[in-house]
Design a protein around this ligand. Sequence first.
Ligand code: PLP
Length: 411
Amino acid sequence: MSQSNQHFQTLAVRAGVRPDPRTGAVLTPIYQATTFVRNFEGDEQEFSYSRVGNPTVAALEEKLGTLESAPPAVCFSTGMSAITTLCLALLKAGDRVVASDVVYGGTFRLLRQVLENFDVRSDFVDTSDPGQLRRALREPARLLILEPLANPTLKVSDLAACVEIGREAGALVVVDNTFLTPALQRPLEHGADLVVHSTTKYLDGHNATVGGAICSRDESLLEQLRLWRKSTGTIQTPFQAWLTLQGVKTLSLRMAQHSRNALRVARWLEGHPDVAAVRYPGLESFVERELAARQQSAGGGMLNFVLKGDPARAQTLLRSVKLCYPAENLGAVETLITHPATMTHDSIPPETRRSLGIGDGLLRLSVGIEDPQDIIADLEQAIAVAVAKRPSDIAVSGAITEAGGARCVAK
Ligand code: PLP
């Protein structure tokens, strides 16, 4: 069977990886080498220096490209280095970017605090409203950056409509597919020009690496990205690539389990008397349920919720979980809980953040693949602690964590 006839799960295991011709080793070796001896005969040499390309990284690039129905991806040291290199490669002074109003905090910071210094202007619009997007794109933009399932609000934008509006306006459409992965959504098949991944999340899936990747069906865009990666030195290391190669093999199994667990936890939270709101794409109450079902094949592993009462209860809950880890990452086998206002999205001004639905009481749960009964039991005891405390018992210290967020302290 040719590779193009194979199914997603087979490709997740097998694409990009061939037994080592010398030893028969089934896993791609970690080519931990800086340089490759110049071959003066025969074909053009594929590898010369590991800042430009590396065989282990190339295996991951082939696998990720295949899964996004594209030529080999271009891999980067982190998700942010992928997005930064993309911006450097495709933008110049005077250009304009239109982005979803709810994007990952790091992307917001890059566009607002870094690229503005280079005379690149960014406007943030509600891409879930096609009329608003169309109006924003009346003024020319070079890039339209979308998160179709937004982090952390889980607002859904109509991918096909956004792609059409973006392309009609002459913008390159960039989709951050970190939350859903190609197992649940393949934006290039909907006409997007570029797909960005923080491989740190579900693609690695084990909290083991940071990494990034960009896929496209346009060879000239890929060529530009490789040139800028070589020039800025943003490639990933062979060990990062090797670990991610192993993680991706179980991607569809994990995404199915993440989705099942998240639905179960979301339904439980929805029935809890102390929970004010829950958002999860698989819930009957999820407003954009139909749209999400049309463009993603399952709900994914991310949900968010708000407790009734004082928003500071969110921080007590964060300190009270025992199985779930309060941490910045998402998309790994372990359940992680995040308080976006003081962690991942603390670089967004508070007023803007609240107007986007990232209130001080919002908690984001990256539901892992543990037994859902254990996740629920942990949340149950943590919610009980959070609601038992009086508001005056809860204070937030000004201490700054390594990740840049305010550390929560219950008195
Ligand atoms: N895109 C999204 C949606 C993210 O959630 C993140 C990180 O949380 C990034 C990009 C940046 O990725 P990294 O942390 O690998 O730089």
